[in-house]
Design a protein around this ligand. Sequence first.
Ligand SMILES: Nc1ncnc2c1ncn2[C@@H]1O[C@H](COP(=O)(O)OP(=O)(O)OP(=O)(O)O)[C@@H](O)[C@H]1O
Ligand SMILES: [Mg+2]
Length: 420
Amino acid sequence: MSAAVKVQFNNHFRKVNRTKRRYRALRGSAGSGKSVNIAQDYILKLGDPKYAGANLLCVRKVNETNRNSTYAELVGAINRIYGARAEEYWEVLRSPLSIRSRVTGNEVIFRGMNDVRDREKVKSINFAHGKLVWIWVEEATELQESDVDILDDRLRGILLNPNLYYQMTFTFNPVSAQHWIKRKYFDYESPDVLAHHSTYRQNRFIDPAYYRRMERRRLEDPDGYAVYGEGEWGELGGLIFKNFVIHDFDISFQMFDTMHIGQDFGFNHANAILTVGVKDGEFFICDEIYVHEMDTGQIIEMADRKELSKYLSMYCDSAEPDRIQMWQNAGYNATAVVKEPGSVQAQIDYLKQRKIHIHPDCVNTIKEIQQWSWKKDKKTGLYLDEPVNFMDDAMAALRYAAEPLRRPEMQYSNQRFGSW
Ligand SMILES: Nc1ncnc2c1ncn2[C@@H]1O[C@H](COP(=O)(O)OP(=O)(O)OP(=O)(O)O)[C@@H](O)[C@H]1O
Ligand SMILES: [Mg+2]
């Protein structure tokens, strides 16, 4: 492949990228390099004439989340590997998502496994050239075992090109020792399975700030750290929100009864800004800004660039009046949320009773809500009435955004669509 500018791999994935076993199961901590590695591996192979006739299917439980994960990773890999010549070698389409090598004609397509329709669609996949030979299931613990069996069934038949082989790749954080994925691929040795483990410490591209955040997690959220810091099979119980769904929805302002913004300030912790719509009492998280180690001036610049609304009320953490002032000076409609003893629990109670819809582009909010849990009493092992104090920044922004509805008596200014 003569176009390659330069491609860098982490050594600990060498075996993974060479194996032809039918299943590659990659469990690992957050940030261990799994997704980047698999994306680069596939782009090199799909663009290589040796693998002519190979096609890749990328699967997430919710199809729309492919856009910001598998698709974004593969496009990133193309740009890193091919540099300025990316377009010459690859055809990349955003709607519908698709990627095709101009050299080999090999293609990538993207699907979900969320309902009957999704499953039927997977059964009828066809390619213009060659066959479906590779499947990448990203965040594989989101899927049911039966979904994986349906996918597995798709990889069969004689392959004309002797270099081709069928293979499924799973990337995930090991969220539960009871999970089917452990039983299926990790509990016994099989010549068909390459089971792999990795942590962020083996990823040479991780920056020191990430190490510091992980160290904080180790202290503040030991159960979460075991899974997301060590990549060990964990037991993440006590989830706070289960009442959420991830799906695409129209973000026109007409759609909602009210709309506003919640902001939780942070520097070492993330600074999270969520734009939230409310319709018939249900919450819709439409958009997020989620950054680490940026000062308020930089975040305001970013919000300006993203055209965050200056008309919507923005509910912020009252502990930081100076930052609220800066947002006001920049023209944003920022106000402090009044905090009282017990208000975090009351906000959580309020939100638990409502359906929370999350737009698939809000990747950090999705990550947080899937792991935000109650603290555990070390002695009794029982969950306490207090949330874990880690990766809770988008959740704080969501709590603030709920305040004007939860406490109408506070007379927070409540912008309606008409006043845009
Ligand atoms: N080969 C690479 N070249 C350049 N940067 C890399 C490479 N591998 C990983 N990185 C960097 O490390 C970060 C984390 O890697 P990646 O997203 O692949 O981790 P992950 O194991 O998929 O994490 P998670 O479990 O959270 O999904 C990437 O965002 C990227 O900045
Ligand atoms: Mg990943």
